[in-house]
Structures are given as structure tokens and as C-alpha cells.
Design a protein around this ligand. Structure first.
Ligand code: NDP
Length: 288
């Protein structure tokens, strides 16, 4: 029997529709500001799709483009001025910044209540405390997909492979918050296969094409593949995840494809965070 396919595109479309509806109820349109420094090709594509999604959801979106040779001070000044701008509810600094710029110092200029990427130290701290902070978008999107499959994680074993600040660590905390028993594996983990085979919910965020194979998956497990890797296959360029999808779907109970799994949820969750930030700043009830 093959695994059920977790359709991230459809889930993201539903979430975007909910967000657009919530945005329309607010007294003022949510404002999202994206700061893009330099001309990295991948970043341009990501920013363009965020801009488009924000417009479609009825937000006031604006991209602030700065040249690659901008000084640390100039970038921080732009972020600070957006922080002080009342019409801006969410600030996103597109990473990576060009070499020579201190990302942590730029991120630190984002006021916590506008940190829609959930990357500031204060947002991370609130996540640890189980508070009401804005949660990083990719882990949040992964959790929504898991919730659709398995609403109650109590008594379940979750394994997260990868411990990045952006994905692995926050995802582990969110799973813990939902009462899963959580193990975090990484590059120094011994016998990764044995660790992964314990998982009722296996989340992989590593950045190594098809690292997780069929023999590492517990039969019936929910597999969330965060990885996006470009590989050359038969002379063609193709996107694959961190999980060997074709064989994994023979044993998993449910699995996200790449592309079309976690990826679409990331932007939808950015919109969700922005509408939540905006509702809080406008003093109205936060949409569910
Ligand atoms: P990082 O490179 O920051 O982190 C990778 C993690 O994987 C590290 O913790 C590392 O361990 C661990 N790791 C590396 N090799 C192995 C291995 N052989 N076995 C076990 N663990 C290993 O990556 P990110 O978390 O930022 O991203 C991970 C993947 O997710 C990438 O493919 C990225 O493109 C994708 N991504 C997708 C998004 C989406 O929207 N779907 C958004 C963000 C990322 P250690 O800490 O020991 O070095």
C-alpha cells in the first residue's frame, strides 16, 4: 500500500484564503515590508513570490531594495525606519545578506511585534517559553500539515533531523509543545537510521538530497520533508527533498512531496503571521 500524499499546495491555498478573509475584516490593510539587499537570483525569486502572495491576500506590500554594497548602517537604518512606521505590521529581511553584512545585527533591529519571520532572539525566547510570539514560517507550516494528519500528538514519538535555527530547533520545540516525545538528530548523530525508525512523525530538514531512505522509516509514519535540493538527473535539473520519495512512499503512512509539500506552506504562514501581527497592532481580536 502506498502512502497518502500530503498536498501542501492545497493546504496552503486554504490557508491563504483564510488569511485573505481575516485581512479583509481588519480596520486597516496589513502592511508587509520586505528588505532585499543585493541581487542574489534565488532571493529575487523568493521575494517576488512573497510580494505577489501578499498582494493577492489584500495586503499593503512593499519591497525595499538596497544595493549589494550597502553599509551595515544603511541596512540597519532601513529596518529601523520600517520598525517606526505605523503602517508596517511585518518586516522580513530576505536572507542571506551579501557577505560582509552582519545578519544577526540587522535582524536585531526588527521590533518583536513585527518579526513575521520569527527570527529575533525575543521571538525565539517566546517559543522556548511557550508564549505568544510569532513562529518561524517553515516550522509553523510543517506543524499545520502534521495537524491535518494527526491532530493529537500525545504519546507519539517525533524525530527531527536537522537543528538549524530556522527550521530544526523551532520545529522540535513546536512538536514538544504539542506533547510529542521529541528527538533531534544532526550530523553527529550515530546510527541515524535507528533513530529515525523510532518516529511516528519524521521531519527532515537537512539539505542533503535523499538522505533518508525507505529502511529508515517506521511503517505508517508521517514523513515531513523540508529539504529542497537541486540535482542533475539524466541531464535535467530537478528539485528533490531530503527523503528518497519514491521508495519512502512505499512504507510511510503519509508523506509530503518536494516540490508541493512544505514549500508552499512557508509563504502562506508568512501571510498568516503578518495578519496576526497586524490584528495585534490594530488592537482587534487575532483571527484563528
Ligand atoms: P542548515 O544547513 O542550516 O541545517 C542543516 C542541518 O542538518 C544541521 O543541523 C546539520 O547538522 C544537519 N545535517 C547535515 N548533514 C547531516 C547528516 N548527514 N545527517 C544528519 N543531519 C545532518 O539547513 P536549514 O535547516 O536551513 O535547511 C534544511 C533544508 O530545508 C535545506 O534543503 C533547505 O533548502 C530547506 N528549506 C526549505 C524551506 C521550505 O520552505 N520548504 C525553508 C527553509 C529551508 P549540524 O548542526 O550537526 O551541522
Amino acid at each position: 500500500m502506498g502512502a497518502q500524499l500530503i498536498d501542501g499546495k492545497a493546504a496552503a491555498a486554504r490557508l491563504r484564503a483564510d488569511v485573505a478573509e481575516a485581512a479583509a475584516m481588519l480596520p486597516r490593510k496589513p502592511g508587509l515590508a520586505v528588505v532585499l539587499v543585493g541581487d542574489d537570483a534565488a532571493s529575487q525569486v523568493y521575494v517576488a513570490s512573497k510580494e505577489k502572495a501578499a498582494a493577492k491576500a489584500g495586503f499593503e506590500g512593499r519591497v525595499h531594495r538596497l544595493p549589494a554594497d550597502s553599509s551595515q548602517n544603511a541596512v540597519e537604518e532601513v529596518v529601523r525606519s520600517l520598525g517606526a512606521d505605523d503602517a508596517v505590521d511585518g518586516i522580513l529581511v530576505q536572507l542571506p545578506l551579501p557577505k560582509g553584512l552582519n545578519e544577526d545585527a540587522v535582524i536585531a533591529c526588527i521590533p518583536t511585534e513585527k518579526d513575521v519571520d520569527g527570527l529575533t532572539a525575543a521571538s525565539a525566547g517566546q517559543l522556548v517559553l511557550g508564549g505568544e510570539g510569532l513562529v518561524p514560517c517553515t516550522p509553523q507550516g510543517s506543524m499545520l500539515l502534521i495537524r491535518d494528519e494527526l491532530p493529537d500528538l500525545s504519546g507519539k514519538t517525533a524525530v527531527v533531523v536537522g537543528r538549524s535555527i530556522l527550521v530544526g530547533k523551532p520545529l522540535a520545540l513546536l512538536l514538544l509543545e504539542k506533547n510529542a516525545t521529541v528527538t533531534v538528530a544532526h550530523s553527529r548523530t550515530k546510527d541515524l537510521g535507528a533513530v529515525c525508525r523510532e518516529a511516528d512523525v519524521l521531519c527532515v530538514a537537512v539539505g542533503r538530497p535523499e538522505l533518508v531512505t525507505k529502511d529508515m522509516i517506521k511503517p505508517g509514519a508521517i514523513v515531513i520533508d523540508v529539504g529542497i535540493n537541486r540535482v542533475e538527473r539524466g541531464g535535467e535539473s530537478k528539485l528533490v527533498g531530503d527523503v528518497a520519495f519514491d521508495e519512502a512512499k512505499e512504507v510511510a503512512g503519509a508523506i509530503t512531496p518536494v516540490p508541493g509539500g512544505v514549500g508552499p506552506m512557508t509563504i502562506a504562514c508568512l501571510l498568516r503571521n503578518t495578519v496576526v501581527a497586524s490584528a495585534r497592532r490594530q488592537g482587534v481580536a487575532v483571527p484563528e
